[in-house]
Design a protein around this ligand. Structure first.
Ligand code: HEC
Ligand code: HEC
Length: 415
């Protein structure tokens, strides 16, 4: 008891005394709590900070949002078909490219390259897929307004799958007739392949099946999430939920002086919006205006939420109706990426412009002017120690993916 009294005397001088004292209900755990708080002084959080930590933790993630534009989104037979299609290289012009060629499940569904490489080379970096069902807009520029309409883009892109709609319908007819018709209706594939509209319908349905698969891929807790849970439960940390002093200091910068949570907020650490952060243009690529062009393409798409291939009612398409379509803030604005598992997927930014997490943190510290458009960032002027701490914190956001058993691999029969 004397030791506890001594600890409490020391703590009384700290603003966190109240928090600690409320836990100090004369149990044996008290010494542990007090000792832990002392070992990590940076780990004591105000009420507001605790609310922020809670909001960033995976435990705050809401239920998977419905996709009224895809009637098959939660159909498990559609998801099984979508999974097979995701891994099938026959859906490509040269028979060698599947979604999984670039979105490698074992690498967080991306490829570690600055620019995605399929039949040719893409003009942007491959994005991870886990959690994207929470995102109203897909792609770095948000040019698709659903997961199913997104999936159609790479299939026809000459540098990704390089396939045609007629070719895709033929592959479905030859290899997936039973699976396809059990989801989309008997005879639909035969009828579909006879006319242009039918080929488009099969094309849209391929997207809907793939989206049903992708929806089921999410995140499992990272060390950061365990830390937050334990912090909110009183501050006793398990080995799996401990942050080092540097990591805690980095977290403090992340939610404080760094203003990172202005954009990287919520349980996926993204606001799902578009921002110009002054990332340099990648040399050798065509001019990229980001969201400014992306929003126009989303509105022009025949596969948009209120289009003829969507299952939504017009009033289900609020995102589309209310999105900002013009303004200087859209120029070179890109979708805020989730920071979950970010340490495992260098290089960074929409065209892999920054090689390491250290380079990313240095970018935020300096906040250079945008090549065109206006960067929203202000220089943070972080010290070398602060940069190191912020980077250390970003590394605590890595955890496993969550998916039905075996779904992070190609289905056995088609490997
Ligand atoms: C050649 C590599 C490549 C292939 C093949 C490929 N992708 Fe991608 N994927 C990318 C790139 C690059 C982007 C970003 C493109 C952009 O923003 O312009 C992307 C973006 C995405 C996104 C957006 C994620 C987000 O957060 O907005 C999803 C989802 C996705 N791809 C799924 C798929 C599916 C499904 C397939 C197969 C039908 C596929 N991709 C095939 C490279 C590829
Ligand atoms: C104004 C909104 C905004 C703020 C503030 C912001 N970010 Fe970002 N962040 C973005 C956007 C947008 C991108 C993608 C930019 C691009 O590719 O051009 C990004 C990309 C990143 C990436 C790379 C992820 C990847 O997959 O490529 C990391 C890491 C990152 N931010 C960390 C931070 C940290 C740390 C802070 C605070 C110091 C911060 N961000 C502040 C919007 C923001």
């Amino acid at each position: 008891m004397r030791a506890i009294a001594r600890t409490l005397r020391r703590l009384r001088r700290s603003p966190f005394f109240a928090v600690v004292i409320s836990v100090a209900a004369s149990t044996a755990a008290t010494t542990l709590v007090a000792a832990a708080a002392e070992a990590h002084p940076a780990g004591r959080w105000t009420k507001e900070e605790r609310a922020m930590l809670r909001s960033l933790s995976l435990a705050s993630l809401g239920p998977l949002p419905a996709d009224p534009s895809n009637r098959y989104a939660d159909d498990s037979a559609a998801a099984r078909l979508g999974r097979a299609l995701f891994f099938d290289a026959r859906l490509s012009g040269n028979g060698k490219v599947a979604c999984a060629t670039c979105h490698v499940p074992a690498s967080d569904f991306q490829d570690g390259l600055p620019l995605g490489r399929g039949v040719g080379t893409a003009a942007r970096r491959t994005m991870p897929i886990a959690g994207t069902a929470y995102s109203a807009w897909q792609f770095w520029d948000g040019r698709a307004d659903s997961q199913w309409s997104q999936a159609l883009g790479p299939l026809e892109s000459p540098v990704e799958h390089g396939a045609t709609r007629a070719q895709l319908a033929a592959v479905l007819g030859a290899a997936y007739r039973a699976e396809y018709e059990s989801v989309f209706g008997k005879g639909t594939l035969t009828r579909a392949t006879t006319g242009k509209d039918g080929v488009d319908r099969v094309y849209a349905n391929i997207g809907k099946a793939i989206a049903a698969y992708e929806r089921r891929i999410g995140f499992a807790p990272a060390r950061f999430d365990r830390y937050v849970a334990e912090e909110l439960a009183g501050g006793v940390h398990s080995p799996q939920g401990t942050l080092s002093r540097d990591e805690e200091a980095g977290l403090r910068i992340f939610i404080g002086k760094g203003s990172c949570t202005n954009c990287h907020n919520g349980a996926l650490l993204t606001d799902q919006h578009f921002h110009n952060t002054g990332i340099a243009a990648a040399p050798g690529l065509a001019v990229d205006s980001g969201r400014a062009t992306g929003v126009r393409r989303a509105l022009a798409s025949e596969f948009r939420c209120d289009g003829p291939f969507s299952d939504a009612r017009p009033d289900d398409c609020a995102e589309l109706s209310f999105t900002v379509t013009e303004g200087p803030e859209l120029v070179r604005a890109y979708k805020t990426p989730s920071l979950r598992n970010v340490a495992d997927r260098a290089p960074y930014m929409h065209a892999g412009q920054l090689a390491t997490l250290g380079d990313v943190v240095a970018h935020y510290s300096a906040a250079p002017a945008a090549p065109f458009g206006q960067s929203e960032l202000k220089p943070l002027r972080l010290s070398a120690d602060e940069r190191r701490q912020l980077e250390a914190f970003l590394r605590t956001l890595s955890g496993p993916l969550a998916a039905p058993p075996g779904w992070l691999e190609a289905p056995a029969a088609r490997r």
